[in-house]
Design a protein around this ligand. Structure first.
Ligand code: MN
Length: 488
């Protein structure tokens, strides 16, 4: 089980009685929060911090603890902040500075100086906040009474993001083949991805899977076919084409288990030994939490796995999508998102159909794929690009809508959405920001989740939402370029 350390600051000037009470209070608060966060991580109480040495010890312990995904810091009393300098320099875990109190209300009848000295986070948290700002420490300040639902919700959201960042550390991503020839936006610096996010991205030959496919038994293929027909409707007579995909997926399952893979890419330019481009095989695997990027897009694959981790246990769907074509009817513009085949069935509005159609690209046999209409509701589309000196996340808030009319001749699954704040602004902003045609779409996460992920990983982020104004947005991009230049 992952842990979040609850670290309470004080100092040794207060005397035994106050410090014993502070210890007791902070323990009770950690236990309460653990009860509210237990499905994500245990909130572990640590002894109250009174000296620079104790502060340093607990921050080193948190940083070295592989199960610790984040820390919550709170100054119950005043805690002179020079004692936190070395501690904060040693801390490598995401931090919430929880600006709260043990008491919700003031005890107007009984309040005296003893009460004031014990309960003075209004005082102590400002001192602690200064040193964090002075040191340039990235942290999330959450202010409010710790038992209030809105405060607990913010801490939970942070914990989900911290768990996803932690999951990314050492996450293994397999690229079958390389980046699609000549395509710019899907490419990226894999070494930098590992330095910043811990994503270990490696190339494999698709022939490795083709070889594994030869060892797949009829019984294993039958089992995979049963999985398909349990979940989806067979809508083709070309069962052989579907069995080909089943064999491919069974082989990929083995590879993923053996190599401990959390995300993968393929490319239709490199299918040596395969008869079809993976369709239903890739789609069915994506529905199990494995990240996917087509055309060698490792950034989208890895980001997809991380975002699915962030969304685990929450309502809604998360997966890869591609911007394809538009309905530009004035005032009610819609985007149609799809892919050649690989649209994750988590987005299906109703039970997907298994169909076999020719593929106009790649020169292989007709691949089996899942076809369905997409779900509706509020969501986000997130794209990660490599700016050369840093990565950038572009997060657009979107409204997924039911497709206005049937599309009986479209042989692929699809989603439709409205761009915010309106088509002209939102689409232009995405393009100014350099957002890709590939994104991870989620109806489970919001731009708040992505903001937290970006903060924890020190990744540049731009958000396109109902308040976006193009002038301000372009100025933001200019400032970000300037900031990157100053950093060198
Ligand atoms: Mn694509």
């Amino acid at each position: 089980m992952k842990k979040i350390y609850f670290i309470t600051g004080s100092q040794d000037l207060y005397g035994e009685e106050t410090l014993t009470q502070a210890e007791k209070d902070s323990k009770e608060m950690a236990e309460f929060l653990s009860g509210r966060l237990g499905d994500i991580a245990v909130v572990e109480h640590t002894p109250i911090v009174k000296t620079a040495a104790e502060a340093e010890d607990v921050c080193i312990k948190a940083s070295a603890d592989k199960d610790c995904i984040a820390v919550i810091m709170w100054m119950h009393t005043f805690s002179p902040a020079k004692m936190w300098i070395r501690a904060l320099q040693a801390l490598t875990k995401p931090m919430i500075h929880l600006h709260t109190q043990y008491n919700e209300k003031l005890p107007y009848d009984s309040i005296d100086m003893d009460f004031m000295n014990l309960n003075q986070s209004a005082h102590g948290d400002r001192e602690f906040g200064f040193i964090c700002t002075r040191l340039g420490i990235k942290r999330e300040v959450i202010a409010g009474y710790y038992k209030h639902d809105c405060v607990v919700e913010k801490i939970r959201r942070f914990a989900y993001a911290a768990a996803a960042v932690d999951f990314g550390k050492g996450m293994r991503v397999a690229m079958f083949g390389n980046n699609m020839r000549d395509v710019a936006v899907t490419d990226g610096d894999r070494v930098e991805s590992e330095i910043r996010y811990g994503w270990n991205v490696n190339y494999y030959g698709i022939g490795d899977i083709a070889e594994l496919m030869n060892e797949i038994t009829e019984a294993e293929t039958d089992a995979k076919m049963k999985e398909y027909t349990d979940k989806y409707d067979m809508d083709t007579d070309n069962i052989a084409a579907v069995r080909e995909q089943a064999k491919f997926e069974a082989a990929l399952d083995k590879f993923i288990a053996k190599e401990n893979i959390s995300a993968f890419t393929d490319t239709f330019q490199d299918l040596h030994g395969l008869n079809q481009l993976p369709g239903i095989a890739a789609q069915n695997i994506m529905a199990k939490g494995i990240g996917f990027g087509p055309e060698g897009d490792y950034k989208t694959a890895a980001l997809g796995a991380v975002m699915q981790k962030m969304a685990a246990g929450r309502e809604g769907a998360t997966g890869f999508m591609e911007d394809y074509t538009y309905d530009l009817t004035e005032g009610s513009e819609l985007e149609l998102a799809a892919h050649m085949l690989e649209v994750p069935p988590v987005f299906a509005a109703s039970r997907p159909k298994i169909q076999v159609h020719p593929l106009g690209i790649g020169g292989k046999s007709d691949p089996a794929r899942l076809v369905f209409d997409g779900t509706a509701g509020e969501g986000i589309a997130v794209s990660m690009i490599d700016m050369g000196t840093r990565f950038r996340l572009i997060c657009a808030e979107i409204e997924l809508v039911k497709q206005p009319e049937p599309m009986p001749k479209l042989p692929v699954a699809r989603l439709m959405w409205k761009i915010k704040p309106d088509f002209a602004t939102g689409a232009a902003a995405w393009i100014y920001a350099g957002g890709a045609h590939h994104a991870v779409v989620s109806t489970a996460l919001t731009s708040e989740d992505i903001r937290l992920f970006a903060k924890m990983t020190d990744t540049e982020l731009v958000v396109i939402d109902s308040k976006t104004d193009l002038n301000t947005f372009e100025q933001q991009l200019e400032l970000l370029d300037l900031k990157a230049k100053m950093k060198g």
